[in-house]
Write a protein that binds this ligand. Structure first.
Ligand code: UDP
Ligand code: MG
Length: 315
């Protein structure tokens, strides 16, 4: 028996998107069917507590290329993407948001680059419509810090909207990090990569599912997974503190100046630096501990519309 291979798989992570998901499905089905002969839409429901799953299930009776993976709870956007690409059977896989912020009209440009021979075509945001000043500023700052500190080359202003060739998807699917930073891992696996620029749209409906806490988590996952610079900073702070203490000792020995305020300031500075250092080391240590538990990355409650269970789904 030959399994039907879909040319393009589109992976969409979904978390409480009941307001807009039907529109996303309709826009994609109308637009993509004019561009690509064979494709599948893989929705990964990341523990939605609204009617997103019901809406996708209903749409499955109308469109036979819709597939759904349902997580047992909210495991996070990055793990939803990770699961989706493991289930994908396409020769290339596109990852995009389920809220139409990543415009489907960019997909043909991505496919064109893929056909020219690129293995990864990532979307580079030129502008981002309808996002708060804080989000724009923090995202810009994060990508720049990440670029400076990461020990791999992560492109600037690039989210998870991208097309990946089958060989990239196979390489990514083998990685098993508990808190994956997918865009970093895509750079890590290598292959021939290029960008297409696009204008990120405003959400068509609903609100962002990325509150500040999730954004910070993503940023620390990215930095700790791809950089040891925070640990180096701990070292530098230690060295600077030792030098400052030594200097202070010299000054007090030779001049006899001993001001309580100075001593207290120094003490606060040093104890603060030690706590900060412990926190940074603890963060890395926790991640090592987390990885050593060897738990599956996520748990799939149900999957619908797949011919067979893939053997690398880790659930
Ligand atoms: N998402 C998810 N799990 C989460 C948070 C978000 O699967 O815990 C999905 C969400 O439904 C959307 C995509 O990930 O399809 C990106 O999230 P969102 O659009 O809220 O982020 P933003 O575009 O505001 O950065
Ligand atoms: Mg979005």
């Amino acid at each position: 028996m030959t399994t039907k291979i879909n040319a393009i798989s589109i992976v969409l992570p979904v978390f409480n998107e009941e307001d807009g998901i039907l529109n996303t499905i309709e826009v994609l089905e109308n637009f993509v069917s004019c561009q690509i002969e064979t494709y599948e839409l893989i929705f990964v429901d990341d523990g939605s507590v609204d009617s997103s799953v019901d809406i996708i299930r209903q749409a499955q009776s109308q469109y036979d290329n819709i597939k759904l993976v349902e997580f047992s709870r909210n495991f996070g956007h990055q793990l939803a993407i990770t699961a989706g690409i493991r289930y994908a059977t396409g020769d290339a896989v596109v990852v995009m948001d389920a809220d139409l912020q990543d415009p489907p009209s960019v997909i043909p440009n991505m496919i064109e680059k893929w056909q020219e021979g690129y293995d990864v075509v990532y979307g580079k945001r030129l502008i981002r419509e309808g996002e708060s000043f804080f989000k724009l500023f923090s995202a810009k700052a994060f990508y720049r810090v990440m670029r400076k500190v990461a020990n791999i080359d992560i492109p600037l202003d690039t989210g998870d909207f991208r097309l990946m060739d089958r060989k990239v998807v196979d390489a990514l699917s083998k990685l098993n990090e508990p808190e994956p930073f997918v865009r970093g891992l895509v750079s890590w696996v290598g292959f021939k990569q290029t960008a297409v620029s696009y204008e990120r749209q405003e959400r068509t409906s609903g609100v962002t599912k990325y509150p500040l806490s999730k954004m910070l988590r993503l940023a620390t996952d990215g930095i700790t997974a791809f950089s040891e610079i925070p640990l180096k900073i701990v070292n530098y702070v230690g060295v600077i503190s030792i030098l400052a203490g030594f200097l202070y000792g010299l000054v007090t020995t030779f001049t006899g100046i001993s001001t309580l305020t100075f001593a207290i300031t120094l003490m606060l500075l040093l104890s603060g630096s030690i706590m900060l250092a412990l926190g940074i080391i603890g963060d890395y240590l926790y991640r090592t501990f987390d990885a050593s538990k060897h738990r599956p990355q996520y748990v799939v409650a149900q999957s619908y519309g797949f011919a067979k269970r893939p053997n690398n789904i880790h659930a």
